[in-house]
Design a protein. Structure first.
Length: 279
């Protein structure tokens, strides 16, 4: 009797396992990730401050705390890009081709060209603000181009050698409310969870739906998706940030986490233009 019960249980477990495996196979077969094609799409990152175009070292803006500020530096990493098509299938940009450093001071850096896309009508995009933890600790041969760790963080560099980690977003400027002698404020936001000691994880994922619009990737058509980055969102959000109270945010885990949670919502869809020229 015990042997019969044991065999019956084995049969039941095997049946459940087969069904589970079949279900997994069915999901992958019905909706697999897309494979590379020959299409192209460009992303245009357009930085603003509220309803005003962002201009460095000139225009004065007012944040959600009523504080004046001008911006001298705005840099941020965009990585791990994934596109969604209108049939629900997704295409993930190969990781080695999916890291970009956007600099407000360099208009060319604000145009990102995605290549070898499968054709189709794309209706959404997903990406990380920052650099994922795996690439942050990869060998130097995997960190080239936009990820080149050389450069002084105080002079435009985007890497902290002391913590083996990238600065995900750098915002610097001047405000009459900043308590420093030169009225400057510095927000350098990083931390991916820690290399040899635990830190906060400020990697943030952005998901944008094209709201009924389509970026049509096809032979003879290259769409451009304008993505609007609002610097005001760094100050406003779940926890508003005051320049007067916090003129410098770099290594404080709580403050940097607050800033990252705020700027997670800084991007919105502008418009989609079809058939643009690609250099």
């Amino acid at each position: 009797m015990k042997k019969l019960i044991y065999l019956s249980l084995l049969t039941l477990i095997s049946a459940i396992s087969i069904v589970a495996c079949n279900d997994d196979t069915k999901d992958v077969t019905d909706n697999p990730d897309l494979v590379a094609g020959t299409g192209k799409m460009t992303l245009k990152f357009d930085n603003v401050s509220g309803n005003q175009d962002l201009k460095l070292d000139s225009t004065k803006y007012t944040n959600s705390s009523g504080e004046d500020f001008t911006v001298s530096t705005l840099n941020y990493f965009i990585s791990n890009i994934k596109l969604t098509r209108d049939d629900g299938k997704t295409y993930t940009i190969p990781q080695d081709s999916s890291y970009f450093l956007i600099r407000e001071s360099d208009p060319k850096s604000q145009i990102v060209t995605l290549k070898q896309l499968p054709e189709g009508n794309y209706t959404g995009i997903e990406y990380i603000i920052g650099v994922d933890s795996l690439r942050s600790v990869s060998g130097i041969d995997k960190r080239v181009g936009a990820l080149d760790p050389s450069g002084d963080p105080e002079d435009g560099g985007m890497y902290w050698a002391w913590s083996s980690g990238y600065i995900f977003l750098k915002l610097e400027g001047v405000s009459s409310k900043a308590g420093s002698a030169n009225n400057k404020f510095y927000y350098h936001i990083g931390f991916f969870g820690g290399y040899d000691s635990k830190t906060v994880n400020n990697i943030k994922t952005v998901k944008l739906d094209f709201a009924g619009n389509k970026a049509i990737v096809a032979a003879g058509n290259v769409p451009q998706v304008r993505l609007v980055g609002d610097v005001q969102k760094v100050f406003s959000g779940p926890v508003p940030i005051s320049i007067e109270k916090n003129p410098s945010i770099m290594f404080d885990f709580t403050l940097s986490s607050n800033a990252a949670n705020n700027y997670k919502s800084m991007f919105s869809l502008g418009e989609i233009t079809q058939n643009i020229a690609v250099q």
